[in-house]
Design a protein around this ligand. Structure first.
Ligand SMILES: Cc1cc2nc3c(=O)[nH]c(=O)nc-3n(C[C@H](O)[C@H](O)[C@H](O)COP(=O)(O)O)c2cc1C
Length: 240
């Protein structure tokens, strides 16, 4: 059985095309998950709407607790890390992480960054071996072949890999770096562009992204159906 962890980070709760001012990234993530579960109904799902219920921002108590060895933690420190532990548990339990996210001001929305800050955790998702300088970090989620699917929507165009505006896109590059850092290296990206332009530019991008989602569900399902899913390519997909 495969377990999906589905996050939606858009501040807009509705769905584009259905609700006024609805979200395009939610449409993509819901399409991915509903297709997945229709074809593999015995797989399981954890859903978090971090766009509507954002994870807490880390604070002094969180940092003091996370960097105190487990055996020396006081009860208040366990409390300070309870939310983080829950989010880390959910990530560790997942085989496929599906992130629907908007592109805000050239990067990820604050609610998604809050989630990232909660799940990059010393000795839970990343270890440190100080004898291995200058790169002492040991990703801990490489224990099995997890996949991450980043489904985003942008107002402008040309922000994808190779695009004229790609150098101003710090969303997917930041997420990929953070996920790689903790050991999730099979990462797939699909984007809708042109939300602000609208018209045919947006319509064509939506159609292309939907086709890419459908193809990616099929690709990943055949991967997990095999006994050696690690052999599957992590080719990235992106609208032209
Ligand atoms: C606060 C805010 C900042 C945004 N910044 C950018 C941006 O830097 N570049 C861009 O192309 N679009 C930007 N947009 C447009 C969004 O990426 C676009 O509306 C996208 O569809 C949002 O995803 P959603 O439809 O899932 O909510 C911004 C939108 C908002 C609300």
């Amino acid at each position: 059985m495969t377990h999906l962890l589905h996050l939606d980070a858009s501040a807009r709760p509705g769905l584009a095309g259905k609700d006024a001012h609805g979200s395009h990234s939610r449409n993509l993530s819901q399409r991915f998950v509903s297709q997945w579960l229709t074809r593999r109904p015995h797989d399981s799902l954890t859903y978090r709407d971090i766009g509507q219920n954002r994870p807490s921002y880390i604070n002094h108590d969180w940092i003091a607790s996370a960097f105190t060895p487990d055996e020396r933690r006081e009860p208040w420190m366990q409390d300070a890390l309870a939310e983080s532990d829950q989010l880390v548990d959910e990530l560790i339990a997942s085989d496929v992480l599906v992130i629907g996210t908007p592109f805000y001001n050239f990067g990820m929305p604050a609610q998604l960054k809050a989630w990232v800050d909660q799940v990059v955790r010393l000795n839970r998702t990343v270890g440190i071996d100080e004898t291995r300088l200058p790169d002492p970090y040991l990703p801990l989620l490489g224990d099995r072949p997890r996949h991450a699917v980043i489904l985003t929507a942008r107002g402008g165009i040309g922000f994808g890999p190779g695009g004229e505006m790609a150098h101003m896109n710090h969303l997917e590059p930041n997420l990929v770096t953070a996920l790689n850092f903790i050991g999730i290296t099979r990462i797939h990206q699909i984007a809708i562009e042109g939300q602000e332009t609208g018209g045919e530019v947006l319509a064509a991008s939506v159609t292309q992204a939907q086709q890419q989602v459908d193809a990616l569900v099929a690709e990943l399902q055949s991967a997990v159906a095999e006994t050696a899913p690690a052999l599957v390519s992590s080719a990235q997909t992106e609208p032209a």
